[in-house]
Design a protein around this ligand. Structure first.
Ligand SMILES: *Cc1c(COP(=O)(O)O)cnc(C)c1O
Length: 355
């Protein structure tokens, strides 16, 4: 029995793996593999259409919001966002709350002025700043909803009239929120919605077309909207895996239902960590992430032994990110509660033996 706590690419539902494998061999009983059919065919178009309509349904999007599936990972959005939304000489506001939050700041500076409204770098990104002012003339305010590496999460949406842009790569569709409040949302698929190789972008089309610069077609969100995410060959298989995962999420009862299970998983793991002095969570309690749980050991000398034990028991992906050390346990949508139960049992057992 393997328990997969990988941070990304990460666990997906078993049904998705089965259906995706079947589609590689024989897609919808066509005798063809999903890997060998044209993207502009009546075979593939319904896959893309269903993926888009599932996103709209699960996120309850209004008609101003368009859904795109693009190449290049979330990292491409770090520069595609300012290219489309930040005019030369204008200012965008950014919140710097982690390794992933700091990278888009660097990229945005290539296109206009950037004002960093707050940063938690002073304490190794172990908390979320709450007191910050977003300048009212900013073209947009960008933040990362969940800091995958450090294990913090924004449990609020900032109050502002400035258009909101968010990198939701590691917590999109994990809990209920008003997605229509955002001018633009992007997420690399490989954490909560599918296979690596595709990005989901949700954009309010009324916010586009306001910058003066020329840009390559592949970078222009409006061109992608006009062409229904088919400006060129889309990442066909990655989109197919997203569609299967979104279908699975809908079958679970959608976002409200998965949120309940995600809450149970996070609560059990943090409760266990708090009750065992050998383990030490690293971030500010109220900013704890429900998707990525980061902790170290009171005695770092014991970390190797615990890691070995995890390995022996089939617990995969618990080693911390190289920049933080210790452990990181990811609790994405597809991870069952039973995996967290198995891990917490192991932690209790370890603590008893090593107290
Ligand atoms: C993983 C991650 C990224 C990077 O995604 P790529 O698809 O590898 O470019 C960006 N932001 C966050 C929050 C992430 O977790």
């Amino acid at each position: 029995m393997t328990h997969n706590f990988n941070a990304g690419p990460s666990i997906l539902p078993k049904e998705v793996f089965e259906q995706a494998s079947q589609a590689i061999l024989n897609f919808n009983n066509t005798g063809l593999s999903i890997l060998e059919i044209g993207h502009r065919t009546t075979l593939f178009q319904p896959v893309l259409d269903e993926a888009i309509s599932l996103v709209k349904e699960l996120m309850q999007l209004d008609s101003d919001h368009e859904v795109l599936f693009l190449h290049g990972g979330a990292t491409t959005q770090f520069f595609q966002v300012p290219m489309n939304l930040l005019d030369d000489g204008a200012t965008a506001a950014y919140l710097d709350c982690g390794v992933w939050g700091s990278k888009p700041i660097k990229e945005a500076k290539l296109f206009g002025n950037v004002e960093v409204v707050a940063s938690s770098k002073d304490k190794n990104y172990t908390y979320i700043p709450k007191e910050f002012t977003i300048p009212s003339n900013a073209s947009y305010f960008h933040y990362t909803t969940n800091n995958t590496i450090e294990g913090t999460q924004m449990h609020f949406v900032p109050e502002t009239n400035v258009p909101l842009v968010a990198d939701m790569s590691s917590d999109v569709l994990s809990h209920v929120m008003d997605f229509n409040r955002f001018a633009l949302i992007y997420a690399g698929a490989q954490k909560n919605i599918g296979a690596a190789g595709v990005n989901m972008v949700v954009v309010n089309k009324n916010r586009l077309g306001k910058v003066k610069r020329q840009m390559p077609s592949m970078m222009d969100y409006r061109k992608h909207i006009e062409n229904g995410s088919m400006l060129n060959t889309p990442p066909v298989f990655a989109i197919y895996v997203c569609m299967l995962t979104l279908r699975w999420l809908k079958e679970q009862g959608g976002v409200p239902a998965i949120e309940k299970i995600n809450d149970q998983k996070a609560e059990l793991l943090y409760k266990t960590l708090d009750s065992l002095p050998v383990f030490k969570p690293t971030v500010n309690k109220e900013d704890r992430s429900k998707m990525n749980v980061v902790f170290v050991m009171d005695d770092p000398g014991q970390e190797k032994a615990f890691l070995e034990l995890c390995k022996k028991e089939g617990m995969v992906g618990v080693k911390g990110h190289r920049s933080v050390g210790g452990f990181r346990v990811s609790l994405y949508n597809a991870l069952p509660l039973s995996s967290v139960q198995a891990l917490t049992e192991l932690m209790n057992h370890f603590a008893l033996k090593h107290a």
